[in-house]
Design a protein around this ligand. Structure first.
Ligand SMILES: [Zn+2]
Length: 472
């Protein structure tokens, strides 16, 4: 339950940073400091109008995420007035030389509603509900082509009465701010008739934006659900992993949680669709909101390493909900005894880094973390655990708003536990299939499963460890 665009986006970023496209980049690209945008949304036309202040030294072209190119219109320099025309050349817009020499003000329009209707991809542009247009900033900011990734992109947004703008991009003094390098993985953002509120939990500020229908039991049911999921994640990590995040909840007709995704880079966001007929009891049983929020707790990885992000969410979510009493220990181990065997390599497997099946991504990743957790606890006589490693990675700044090499995160985790468990296990499991006796591990932990029933054997050799994992 996660975005699909990261790998492609990462490629786009490196092309930008290296001047890999046919852009007129003078290497090495200089940071421009900051580029400021005033963004205005017009609900009748469904358009976004952007006014960008390009500072002196700007590259000679601006660009936007490729799928949006057909929807960009009326690109012109308004200051200085005699600057000359902006020309569309292939996938970029060449601006007049005065922009590089003295700076300029650029105005443009993006036919956003049309783009959302026709593209229909949530990571790019989509109509999530008739009055909720979702599009990350990469879909409505014309950014300097080939500028250094460290360049700050700052934007302020105005909306008509009754409409709001909500984003997972981190807030700044007068709006929001993100590094250019993070633009193409920038968090979910929406222009819509949104009911917004703020939730403080675990040291973080969650921006809750609810769009679509009104739940039959009121928006408070949704707020409670979001708060409980954030409390669960906080209980596991010791704090909510990012300082702020957008939780965008779109209410459709139905009585269930329909889908959830997360998107982070220079901020954090979760998007979940839920039915208007859900009850508080339904939502207390839901795992999706907690799963998506757990994703905020690890540095963003390229697609090849999705298994660590999905494995983490799959492994941590039940324990997190156990901590706040939303699940019982039997439910946690029932889910693990069902799921973990599905994470084992099958014929043709080439290790976690190279085998992108559902089983290996979600449960292979979860099994990696279960085995790591057990091993860390064994080697440290219970003084450290996977939690110790994960909290240390967060403390070092490794949340989902940043991209880290996996090895760096694992090293930080290993240093915190005083073991080499994470790196060793990755060396063994990353590039080749390794058989593992899952049934034997459950036996040692004292977990017995017969049919749907789970019972515990407290005389098992690792029974005390199991209870410690449960927080007992
Ligand atoms: Zn996920």
């Amino acid at each position: 339950m996660r975005r699909l665009a990261l790998a492609a986006a990462a490629v786009t970023i490196s092309a930008l940073a290296c001047g890999g496209r046919a852009a007129p980049v003078r290497a090495p690209p200089a940071s421009l400091g900051a580029v400021d945008y005033a963004i205005a949304f017009d609900d009748r036309a469904g358009d976004v109008t952007g006014v960008a202040r390009l500072p002196p030294g700007s590259p000679t072209a601006v660009s936007i995420d490729d799928p949006l190119l057909p929807y960009v219109a009326d690109v012109a320099v308004t200051e200085p007035a005699d600057a000359g025309p902006v020309r569309r050349v292939a996938d970029r817009f060449d601006v007049p030389p005065v922009c590089a020499a003295r700076g300029c003000t650029l105005r443009y329009r993006v036919r956003l509603r049309e783009a959302c209707r026709q593209i229909g991809q949530v990571d790019t542009a989509s109509v999530e509900s008739p009055d909720v247009l979702e599009a990350p900033p990469s879909s409505w900011l014309l950014v300097p082509e080939g500028a250094a990734g460290a360049t700050r992109v700052r934007f302020a947004v105005t909306t008509p009465p009754g409409w709001s703008f909500a984003t997972g991009v981190y807030g700044a003094a007068a709006g929001w701010e993100i590094a250019l390098a993070d633009i193409y993985t920038s968090p979910y953002s929406a222009f819509g008739r949104l009911r917004t509120s703020e939730i403080e939990v675990g040291g973080a500020r969650l921006h809750l934006a609810i769009g679509g229908a009104t739940p039959k039991r009121g928006d408070g049911v949704v707020a409670r659900w979001v708060t409980d999921a954030a409390r669960a994640v906080t209980a596991y990590f010791g704090r909510f992993p990012v300082p702020e995040a957008l939780v965008l909840v779109v209410v459709d007709s139905g009585d269930d949680v329909m889908m959830g995704k997360s998107l982070s880079g220079g901020g954090a966001s979760v998007l979940v669709h839920v039915g208007d007929d859900v009850t508080p009891e339904d939502l207390a049983r839901d795992w999706v909101m907690t799963h998506e929020m757990v994703h905020t707790g690890f540095p963003a990885q390229p697609r090849q390493r999705d298994w660590i992000e999905e494995g983490l969410a799959t492994y941590v979510e039940p324990f997190a909900r156990l901590r706040i009493g939303q699940l019982g220990a039997e439910e946690v181990w029932r889910s693990f005894t069902w799921g973990m065997p599905q994470g084992l390599p099958e014929a043709g497997d080439r290790g976690l880094d190279n085998t992108h099946t559902w089983g290996r991504t979600y449960w292979g990743g979860a099994l990696f973390l279960l085995v790591a957790d057990v091993e860390i606890r064994k080697r440290t006589q219970g003084k450290a655990s996977l939690e110790t490693a994960l909290r240390a990675i967060l403390a070092a700044g490794g949340n989902n708003a940043v991209r880290w090499e996996l090895e760096r995160a694992l090293d930080v985790g290993d240093a915190a536990t005083g073991t080499g468990v994470l790196r060793e296990l990755h060396r063994a499991w990353g590039a080749s299939p390794v058989a593992y006796d899952v049934a034997g591990l459950f036996r040692e932990l004292g977990v017995r499963r017969v049919g749907r029933a789970v019972t515990f054997d407290d005389a098992a050799p690792l029974a005390a460890m199991r209870r410690s994992m449960e927080g007992k």
